[in-house]
Unconditional design. Structure first.
Length: 166
């Protein structure tokens, strides 16, 4: 009986990086920092429940204008959340790749101007705009230390609301 398993040592379903996505760009050569899965599940789950309740309110509750306005706020928040980087890859050629749910941005370390801690997350300002990061990413402190080492001109600050300033 012939062996039906094509066990030639090459796994055709994965690309060797362990994530099974077949993109070939795993975290083997570069440093990779990812948002914790529990944070993503809670964040997307909570926002999903709020959205479902708001849509229900638009059709079945009064005052509808409140629910319509709140739906616009939720749409803006979904947009921000889907653009927030859930994975950061630091490559050896001084390029940082930020991957969100719906987008990807590659930046040279020299183009990053400022990193600011805002609430539980980080806000990274660069030449073309800004990128949001989750604050509880695995290895985020190591990533920031590496970023400071690669770009000494980088400004790292913590945002302090006016109510907490002396």
């Amino acid at each position: 009986m012939a062996n039906r398993d094509n066990d030639d040592g090459d796994d055709d379903e994965t690309d060797g990086d362990g994530d099974g996505d077949g993109d070939g760009g795993g975290c083997g050569i570069m440093k990779c920092y990812r948002a914790k899965r529990s944070t993503l599940v809670l964040t997307f789950g909570f926002l999903g429940i709020l959205t479902a309740l708001t849509v229900f309110g638009v059709f079945y509750a009064e005052p509808r204008l409140f629910f319509v306005a709140f739906l616009f706020v939720l749409a803006w928040r979904w947009n921000q959340l889907l653009k927030t980087a859930v994975e950061v890859r630091a490559r050896d050629d001084r390029v940082i790749e930020f991957r969100g749910v719906i987008g990807r941005k590659e930046l040279s370390v020299d183009r990053i101007r400022r990193v600011m801690r805002v609430g539980r997350g980080y806000w990274i300002e660069h030449g073309d705009g800004s990128i949001n990061l989750y604050g509880n990413m695995e290895g985020i402190d190591e990533f920031l230390a590496q970023l400071r080492a690669l770009n000494p001109a980088l400004e790292v600050k913590r945002y302090t609301p006016w109510s907490q300033k002396n």
